[in-house]
Design a protein around this ligand. Structure first.
Ligand SMILES: [Zn+2]
Length: 217
């Protein structure tokens, strides 16, 4: 479920839609979390689905470390990638704001943390745009992500967390907020072996054109 202080807006014909803050969202806030309405599609379940679903899964889901595809039920599935994202994955069930997000600012995350199975060409426009977002970006950026996550999550106990009661697994966040557990290292949930070029595409049904991901975005 996406943070309640957000709305869907059309960005451009090339990018499509994006998710924007309607109020300030402080650094350290959980901006998205796996909830009871989200669809968690196991590899077996994906094989049961008609092939026409493959494109939807490829475009709108992300992959967990266990190889499940998660399809958000709400506008969370329209969160775009940025190489300088407003949020990062705190685990494969949560995103956390790594800076204060202003009203009207687009919520973005880093698809390099989402076990993407197809490399993405990126034109996000951020200074330092990587140009290509890869499923094994954790090998190069894992320590950077981890440092930013630790710094942002240090603020998490002191900011409102409206998604906490809606999470499918609230205990994980409660334990981290109470200091009983540390945020996991990105290497625990970003699994390069699932990435493009490493057989990861076998996780998805065949699709005619792998270049359709909107992430560009
Ligand atoms: Zn970029």
């Amino acid at each position: 479920m996406i943070h309640p202080d957000t709305e869907l807006r059309f960005v451009s014909p090339e990018i499509g839609h994006g998710v924007f803050a309607t109020r300030r969202i402080p650094k350290g806030t959980i901006t998205w979390g796996l909830c009871h309405f989200d669809h968690v599609l196991t590899p077996a379940r994906r094989l049961e689905l008609p092939p026409a679903y493959a494109e939807i899964i490829l475009n709108y889901s992300y992959m967990t470390a266990q190889g499940d595809a998660v399809l958000c039920w709400d506008i969370g599935r329209y969160v775009n990638h940025s190489c300088d994202p407003a949020s990062l994955s705190l685990s494969d069930e949560m995103e956390v704001a790594v800076r204060d997000i202003r009203p009207g600012e687009q919520l973005t995350d880093d698809y390099g943390m989402l076990n993407i199975v197809v490399d993405l060409q990126c034109r996000c426009g951020a200074p330092g745009c990587r140009g290509t977002v890869r499923g094994d970006d954790v090998l190069r950026l894992g320590r950077v992500w981890e440092a930013r996550l630790r710094e942002a999550f240090a603020l998490a106990p002191r900011v409102p967390q409206p998604l906490l009661p809606l999470l499918r697994n609230p205990r994980a966040l409660e334990d981290m907020l109470a200091g009983r557990a540390l945020p996991p290292s990105p290497s625990a949930f970003c699994i390069p072996s699932q990435a493009a070029g490493a057989g990861g595409r076998a996780l998805l049904p065949a699709v005619p054109d792998p270049g359709i991901h909107p992430a560009s975005a």
